[in-house]
Design a protein around this ligand. Sequence first.
Ligand code: ATP
Ligand code: MG
Length: 349
Amino acid sequence: MSRFQVVSGKGGTGKTTVAAALALALATEGRRTLLVEVEGRQGIAQLFGSEALPYEERAIAVAPGGGEVHALAIDAEQALLDYLQMFYKLGGAGRALKKLGAIDFATTVAPGVRDVLLTGKACEAVRRKDKQGRFVYDHVVMDAPPTGRITRFLNVNDEVAGLARIGPIHNQAQAVMRVLKSPETAVHLVTLLEEMPVQETADGIAELRAADLPVGRIVVNMVRPHLLDEDALRTASGGRRKEIAKALTRAGVTGSAGLVRPLVEQASAHAQRVGLEREQRAVLAGLGLPTVELPLVGEGVTLSSLHDLAAEFRKQGVGDETADAATAGPGGARRPARPGGGSARGMGS
Ligand SMILES: Nc1ncnc2c1ncn2[C@@H]1O[C@H](COP(=O)(O)OP(=O)(O)OP(=O)(O)O)[C@@H](O)[C@H]1O
Ligand SMILES: [Mg+2]
């Protein structure tokens, strides 16, 4: 499982929800995940019912087995101050620059620079190590910009090439691209089983591949259960009202004449939807990527349904590190289990 997980997808398909569930799924067994957002919308805070996130990493949830999800809302302006501090030791001067409005210039007028700062901060968290040389976060999950903007957002190198051919910004962009184009990164696309988001997913994958960015999985979100078996589906799509009325009478349901029409209409709408969903599933299958399906949870997404969606991820093999322990490589060593932490099952150590 790549250490940097980027979640994109068409607007409103559930990127924020899926990123949060994925962060929880990856935090089980005592691991530590960082969930980051980059669009200043405070979607993560809303989802976890916490206050607005400051520009500071803080624990927001505990996963089964004692793992922790930390969260950070990355702000370009703050990231620029970090960056100036890091490269030029300009803490105070950075603040002075900010007063002069120079930072507004850099973050609003040069969007390429803005993206370098946002992705740069995320990559810094991916690579950060503690004093013992272990990764501070086992995984970093990004609630990323939507499909239409993701390739450009991640392709920071191209963006800054015209701005800075040498110097620290150039080097920073190069370092960021080394992480983003490596197997350390996986870009997942969230979709629904509907024509528009599926089309956008196909286009997004083509764009990412053309830019040499590593595509991870397709996450089909809000999947509704199929209520009818094959026979019933055929009957329902045929809208065979008389047959159904007869069957009801045979089953001893009387006085059902007025019920039959709306029931048949509903069943036929359901059958039609199932048919359309099958078509979209076939299109997705043709894209040749591993797929995860997450159910539609009722009554809005709560913390408890986030945990259910995380469990669903794990059931479908995401977050089970035994599967790719072999590819963990140097630095893949786990920190010792914390109290209540769960290396008890002997996974991922
Ligand atoms: N599996 C699910 N079951 C039920 N509701 C869901 C599910 N996933 C997401 N939702 C709901 O769908 C809506 C959109 O989800 P979310 O905000 O995660 O999407 P998004 O792609 O991040 O949207 P945006 O493009 O605005 O950032 C929210 O109301 C969320 O609660
Ligand atoms: Mg969102």
